[in-house]
Unconditional design. Structure first.
Length: 326
């Protein structure tokens, strides 16, 4: 590995390493102030200008898209106390090497639609001369804060490294998280928090560890349902988080999500969106209120995100709905 690190990148590699870069985060995206306490360190690229990124932060998960914008040879490196999952959408190179500590160097040249798992503390390194412009999604997972069943002891799990493997279940979860990057819908933040926990479960499944430790505990108690409903109703214009709702119900975030769905039939993010759209429908009956004003009143950053959510829930735009009331 050291022989590769010490060799200048001049386009004439002796080996080919299959992988694709993870991310280098200067981010924008769907980020929540109370959870984005600090950005996780991400993959370093050299030269840094060969890639562009889009970043999002959720509970215990940082997502970063990586888009190569040059065919110039480059190298990358990562070693931190977070797990890294790299999902390569397109990766084809003339030459290069990819290395995850604990595994043999890979020389695969076409590594599109492959995954890489770099457990916390393991070294990840690669060099390559790209043939096609690489596209990937890098997911950095904080084992201490991701929304996962505490009984599974995810923070203590010894994940094993995997290089350029295939797994349809993990790809499905990655695609759902990718769709949330850049979303301005506040309900989507909550949904992404839950997806981060699902991803942690998927990674445990790779280790042949059980992902269910006990029977469903049942729904919320009547007092919990009442307090949660009141809390949501009073804060439709705010960025309501799973942590805040779990505090109201006096449950851990993971157990709250399970109990909430048992009680209401929908996960928290969908229930919250439904309540926001209900409030919006009532406000649209007042012709004196603009769509922009209503959007802000029910927690959306602007009319575009509001209209998209409204159409998703009702099948029509806010303006069409208002016209139907005339």
């Amino acid at each position: 590995m050291d022989r590769v690190a010490d060799r200048p990148i001049d386009g004439g590699f002796d080996h080919s390493f299959d992988l694709q870069p993870a991310a280098n985060i200067p981010g924008s995206g769907a980020s929540r102030p109370e959870l984005a306490v600090a950005e996780m360190p991400t993959v370093d690229f050299h030269p840094a200008e060969v890639v562009k990124h889009q970043t999002a932060h959720w509970r215990g998960v940082q997502a970063k898209t990586v888009q190569l914008i040059s065919h110039e040879p480059f190298e990358y490196h990562f070693q931190e106390q977070f797990h890294l999952l790299v999902a390569v959408e397109q990766g084809v190179r003339y030459d290069g090497e990819t290395f995850i500590e604990g595994l043999p160097v890979s020389t695969m040249r076409n590594y599109s639609n492959r995954l890489m798992l770099v457990p916390a503390g393991r070294r990840f390194f690669g060099v390559q001369k790209p043939r096609l412009l690489t596209r990937s999604i890098c997911l950095y997972i904080d084992p201490q804060t991701v929304l996962v069943d505490p009984d599974l002891r995810f923070a203590e799990a010894e994940l094993q490294p995997r290089l350029l493997f295939e797994d349809a279940g993990i790809w499905a979860t990655v695609r759902k998280l990718q769709a949330q990057i850049g979303s301005l819908d506040p309900s989507d933040h909550m949904y992404a928090d839950v997806l981060g926990g699902l991803l942690a479960h998927e990674l445990l499944r790779l280790q042949d560890r059980p992902t269910s430790t006990r029977a469903d505990p049942g729904g919320l108690a009547p007092w919990q349902r009442k307090r949660v409903m009141e809390f949501i109703r009073e804060r439709l214009a705010e960025d309501v988080t799973i942590d805040a709702l779990a505090d109201v119900a006096r449950l851990s975030p993971f157990h709250f999500v399970r109990a909430f769905k048992q009680s209401f039939g929908d996960p928290p993010h969908r229930y919250l969106m439904a309540r926001r759209i209900e409030r919006a429908q009532a406000l649209l009956a007042d012709p004196g209120r603009s769509v922009t004003e209503i959007a802000m009143n029910v927690g959306y950053a602007g009319p575009s995100a509001f209209s998209a959510a409204f159409r998703r829930m009702t099948g029509c735009t806010p303006r069409d709905y208002r016209r139907s009331l005339e």
